[in-house]
Ligand binder design. Structure first.
Ligand SMILES: [Zn+2]
Length: 391
C-alpha cells in the first residue's frame, strides 16, 4: 500500500509543465508544494492549496526540480586516461584514436571490475542529482566484449545503447568493411537483447555516412532505435543522417551548417549538447543559441567517459552552457531535465506534473538559477527517485 507525502515550503518548483505555474516552459511555481503517492507525482501547485496527505516534509525554502536526465554517457570501461588528458592540456590535439587505450583496458578487465566501476559512476551521478542515466557499450568491440558491456549496463539502467560502432576494432583497422559486417551481423545479434538504442560515431576517423546508415538501419531491423554521435570534431553527414532515420538524438552538434540546423528544426531529432567534451578537449563550444533560435529541441548531457569528458556532473554542464553557449539558466535547466527526457523519448521523467515519476532534486538554494549562478558548488541537497529518498 502506498502512502502520500506532501513536500511543502518549496521556494521555486520547476515542473516543466507549462500548464502549471507561470505558463513558461519550466512551469515555475513559487511558494509551492508537491504531492507524491508511491512512486508518482499526484499534485503540484501553490503550498496553500495542497491537499491533505499521510506524511509531510518541509522543504525549508529550497528549490525543487526534476531529477536530471543524462541521456549520453559511456560508463562501461576500465582504466583511466589521466596521462592523455595531461598531455592534451599541454598542447596535443584530441583525436578519436585515444578510445583504443580504453578498449585495451576494458577487454582485460573482469566482469566484477567493470560492474563495480559502472556502479560507482552511477552512484556519483545520482549524488549530483541524475536520476535517469543512459549508458553505452563501445569499449569492447568484439562480440563477447560488447555483449558483456551491455549485459552489465542493463543490470543498472533501462537506457542502454549498443555502440559497437564507436571506432573500428583495432584488429580490423585495415578492413573496416569486415568490422561493419560484424557490427551489423553477429555482434548485433548478441547485443540487441540487452539494449534499447543503437548508436554510431559518425566522424572522420570513425564511420562515414554509408557505414553509419547501414549500421543504424540494421539495428532498427532488430528493434533498436537510432541515436548518433554527430558533427563533434568536424562538419559532416551525421546530423542529417540522424534526422533522416528519425534518430531520437544527434549528439555533440558542435560543427553545424545552416542545412544541418534546418534539418534538426524540421525533424523529431533532439540536438544533445555535451559541453564537458569541449571543456576537456579545449575545443570550440557548440552554439546552443543558434539551435534554440531556430526552434530545435536541445538537451544537455555529460558524455561522461574516461577520455574526452570525465565528468558525471550535470550541474557543471548547466553552468558551462549558460556561461559559454548562449543559453539562459531556464533553458539550460530545461535541457538537462525535459530535454534529456525528449532525447530518450521518455514522458515519465524530466517533469514534475501529475503522473510523472517522482524523481526530484532539492537544491540548497531558493532557485534553479543558482545551478549556473554558483558554479562548482555542491547545491544538490537531496535526491529522490521513484518517490524514495536515495541521496
Ligand atoms: Zn559520447
Amino acid at each position: 500500500m502506498s502512502s502520500s507525502t506532501a513536500i511543502t515550503n518549496i521556494a521555486t518548483l520547476v515542473t516543466n509543465d507549462p500548464s502549471l505555474g507561470d505558463n513558461s516552459p519550466l512551469g515555475l511555481i513559487q511558494d509551492a508544494a508537491l504531492v507524491i503517492d508511491g512512486e508518482r507525482v499526484v499534485w503540484a501547485g501553490e503550498s496553500s492549496k495542497a491537499p491533505a496527505t499521510d506524511n509531510h516534509l518541509d522543504a525549508g525554502g529550497k528549490a525543487v526540480l526534476p531529477g536530471f536526465v543524462d541521456s549520453h554517457s559511456h560508463l562501461v570501461f576500465a582504466g583511466d586516461r589521466t596521462a592523455e588528458f595531461n598531455a592534451r592540456m599541454s598542447g596535443r590535439a584530441y583525436s578519436a584514436g585515444g578510445i583504443r587505450t580504453t578498449v585495451a583496458a576494458t577487454r582485460a578487465a573482469s566482469d566484477a571490475e567493470l560492474e563495480a566501476n559502472l556502479a560507482r559512476h552511477l552512484a556519483e551521478a545520482l549524488r549530483q542529482g541524475t536520476t535517469t542515466m543512459e549508458t553505452k557499450s563501445g569499449y569492447g568491440l568484439t562480440v563477447e566484449d560488447e555483449s558483456r558491456a551491455l549485459r552489465l549496463a542493463a543490470a543498472h539502467t533501462d537506457e542502454v545503447t549498443y555502440l559497437g560502432a564507436h571506432i573500428v576494432a583495432p584488429e580490423l583497422a585495415e578492413d573496416p568493411a569486415a568490422y561493419v559486417a560484424l557490427v551489423t551481423g553477429e555482434m548485433l545479434d548478441a547485443c540487441a537483447p540487452h539494449a534499447r538504442w543503437i548508436d554510431v560515431f559518425c566522424e572522420k576517423g570513425a564511420f562515414g555516412a554509408d557505414q553509419a546508415r547501414a549500421i543504424l538501419t540494421a539495428g532498427r531491423a532488430k528493434g533498436l532505435h537510432p541515436r548518433v554521435h554527430a558533427n563533434q570534431l568536424s562538419y559532416g553527414p551525421g546530423v542529417q543522417l540522424a534526422v533522416e532515420l528519425d534518430a531520437a538524438s544527434a549528439d555533440h552538434c558542435t560543427h553545424l551548417t545552416d542545412a544541418d540546423v534546418d534539418a534538426l528544426a524540421g525533424g523529431n531529432t533532439v540536438a544533445t549538447l555535451l559541453p564537458g567534451a569541449e571543456f576537456s578537449t579545449r575545443a570550440e563550444w557548440p552554439d546552443a543559441r543558434r539551435l534554440l533560435d531556430a526552434g530545435v529541441t536541445v538537451a544537455l548531457s555529460t558524455d561522461c567517459n574516461p577520455g574526452s569528458s570525465y565528468t558525471s556532473s550535470v550541474p557543471f554542464c548547466v553552468a558551462l552552457a549558460v556561461r559559454d553557449m548562449g543559453m539562459t539558466p531556464d533553458e539550460a535547466v530545461w535541457a538537462a531535465t525535459a530535454g534529456g527526457a525528449a532525447a530518450l523519448r521518455r514522458t515519465d521523467v524530466g517533469r514534475l506534473g501529475p503522473g510523472a515519476r517522482a524523481d526530484l532534486v532539492l537544491l540548497d538554494a531558493p532557485s534553479h538559477v543558482h545551478l549556473a549562478y554558483r558554479p562548482g558548488v555542491p547545491l544538490v541537497g537531496e535526491v529522490w527517485r521513484s518517490g524514495v529518498r536515495v541521496a
